[in-house]
Design a protein around this ligand. Structure first.
Ligand code: X8Z
Ligand code: ZN
Length: 610
């Protein structure tokens, strides 16, 4: 995740226009020159405070203590104070005929929370820091069979069990163990939502969800409709994957654990949130033709260090003509989980200043999953480095989905040919292994779609007041069942449960629609870069590794940052001006044919049993 306060994370809003004129009637009409001066001052002030805030939060997440939580809060509060003040003052210049850059900056500034009450502003910042810390510290402490205490488990320990165990009781224990942590900060979240909404309303938004949806160069309602349109476009592919996975899970766990219809228990997908299913690949892989190659095994067998993992990713970017990472990246990043203190292990990338102090924080292990994630994080880092010449307000992704899509676009180029080139694979598999490769990739890229869509559907309703705190779990699971086809491993535990809070982005209040957009955008970017490289074969076999032409195309877009409405930037790289599921569907087209045939055979076999 790229770290920056939400106001600066959001792109253009149409809401700002609705807030025009509040001051215009009372004060003398300002001039364009005054507006330009105001913008320049605002950027200077916010830049300094943003750097301070990043440093504070960096320390807070790297050393979770009461003191660092207070430091994080202090600097976040200073930033919010300034951004709120500036957002209100910016209204005075609405309606002036400014040049396009200045007009865009003026709108961006008004995508902000505003707290007229300093105590509430500080409470908001404090709760956000406390919830992020509570998530990072969360541990499940199991009991031995004799009732004595077993060693406590951090999230990463539980995730390992979920990834590898096929014992349904053990899986359920891990799942419930982690989900028992978040209720401790449910009340804090409830209070935080109320404060956040107050801040959104003071700026003229209906609620914080509306503020979030206003960051996409279109009205908030149009954005919600766009998300639904995109989901409908890709849903048939998800449904086919879900159906196939059900049959395979039934073969593994039996019909008592996995029903023939209806939602599937969430703890069986190899992932704490059932959001990616790659760990099920050994169960799901095609009976014939699939290669036995396992990148995790290769990385582990070679004792690949965290630094080596990051080195592979860096070399991919430099092969595209991009710069080497600055020395300070290696000195200041956190790449492995410290043994002696609590940190937020959820991977993130940080621009600490506008020069080149860029870092990542990630508890890297030598697995295929982390190999992909390190490419994801460096995507953020290369975006930071590419747009750091832009003025402060444009130092951001074209929209937040773009920021999340860059590293994933690069990771789509991790093909067998690429792995062979960098010495991680001896012999690329035969062409008939394609379905296996596509299936493995679909287990992350297709599986995540309804999860990524529904996390913010839940939050939009929470912020919008439609979902009350007593119904948090009810609404969360209604969405999980409806969109993902997964169900809670046990009954909902009354009205004080907080399963949503067991997800990092809810605890840290990071918007999630960005990952849904990124999941589609990365295939559009990949297709565009492959075309730029002159590649004409099937999309899933294309790697742009070493292709300077594709690299230059990407770099041009990255360097634009948030300076233009995102459709323009998308057009510059791909010729398209809409986010679209077509590229993802094209990529997985051979898999869809195969899944449909597998599902037809399974259904026929079930029918025959009756
Ligand atoms: O949070 C992340 C990144 C950091 S921005 C590791 N991701 C989402 C998640 O883990 O839930 C990447 C894909 C989805
Ligand atoms: Zn990210």
């Amino acid at each position: 995740m790229s770290k920056k306060i939400i106001g600066a994370l959001l792109a253009l809003s149409s809401i700002a226009a609705a807030c025009n004129g509040a001051h215009a009637a009372t004060a003398a009409k300002p001039t364009v020159a005054e507006a330009e001066r105001f913008l320049a001052d605002a950027e200077t002030r916010l830049n300094k405070l943003n750097n301070d805030q990043s440093r504070g939060a960096w320390v807070g997440e790297n050393f979770i203590t009461d003191d660092t939580e207070a430091i994080t809060t202090y600097f976040a509060d200073r930033y919010l104070e300034a951004s709120g003040d500036i957002a209100l003052k910016a209204r005075r210049y609405n309606g002036l005929k400014l040049n396009p850059d200045s007009a865009r900056k003026l709108k961006l500034l008004q995508l902000s929370l505003v707290f007229s009450n300093p105590a509430e502003r500080e409470a908001y910042a404090a709760k956000q820091a406390a919830m992020t810390g509570a998530y990072g510290k969360g541990k499940y402490c199991p009991k031995n069979a004799d009732g004595s205490a077993a060693p406590c488990m951090a999230l990463g320990d539980m995730e390992k069990v979920l990834a590898a165990s096929r014992d349904p009781a053990k899986l359920k224990e891990m799942w419930l163990g982690w989900h028992a942590q978040s209720p401790s900060y449910k009340q804090m979240y409830v209070d935080y939502v109320a404060l956040s909404n107050k801040g959104a309303k003071e700026m003229g938004f209906a609620d914080t969800g509306a503020l979030w949806r206003s960051g996409y160069d279109m009205p908030p309602d149009a954005f919600a409709a766009e998300m639904e349109r995109l989901w409908q476009q890709v849903k048939p592919l998800y449904d086919a994957l879900h159906e196939y996975t059900r049959y395979k899970l039934r073969q593994t766990y039996g019909p008592d654990v996995v029903p023939l219809t209806g939602p599937i228990p969430a703890q069986l997908f190899g992932n704490m949130w059932s959001q990616t299913w790659t760990n099920l690949y050994p169960i799901l892989k095609p009976a014939t033709g699939a290669s036995d190659y396992d990148l995790s095994k290769v990385l582990a067998a070679r004792n690949t260090s965290a630094k080596d993992m990051a080195g592979y990713a860096e070399r991919f970017y430099t092969s595209l003509g991009m710069q080497q990472l600055p020395a300070t990246f290696w000195e200041r990043s956190l790449l492995t989980k410290p043994r002696d203190r609590d940190v937020v292990c959820h991977a993130s990338a940080w621009p600490i200043n506008e020069k080149d102090d860029v870092r990542i924080k990630m508890c890297i292990t030598p697995t295929a999953e982390d190999f992909t994630t390190i490419h994801h994080e460096l995507g953020h880092v290369y975006y930071f480095l590419a747009y750091n010449k832009q003025p402060f307000l444009f130092r951001n992704g074209a929209n937040d989905g773009f920021h999340e899509a860059i590293g994933d676009t690069i990771a789509l180029s991790i093909t067998p040919d690429y792995l062979k080139k960098v010495g991680l694979m001896d012999q690329p598999p035969q062409a008939d292994a394609d379905i296996g490769q596509l299936l493995e990739r679909a287990l992350s890229k297709v599986a995540i779609l309804p999860f990524a869509y529904s996390v913010d559907k839940w939050r939009w309703d929470v912020y919008g007041g439609k979902t009350k705190p007593a119904d948090y779990d009810k609404s969360w699971w209604q969405l999980r069942e409806q969109y993902m086809g997964v169900k809670r491993p046990a009954d909902i535990a009354g009205t004080s449960g907080f399963d949503a809070g067991a997800k990092f982005h809810v605890a840290s209040d990071t918007p999630y629609a960005r990952y849904f957009l990124a999941d589609l955008l990365q295939f559009q970017f990949h297709r565009a870069l492959c075309r730029e490289a002159g590649y004409t074969g099937p999309l899933h076999s294309c790697s742009v590794y070493g292709n300077a032409k594709a690299g230059a195309k990407l770099q041009t877009m990255l360097a634009m940052g948030a300076s233009k409405p995102w459709p323009e930037e998308l057009k510059a790289i791909s010729g398209e001006d809409k986010i679209d599921g077509g590229a993802l569907i094209e990529y997985f087209a051979p898999l869809k044919v195969w899944l449909d045939e597998q599902n037809r055979q399974f259904a026929a076999a079930e029918q025959a049993k009756k």
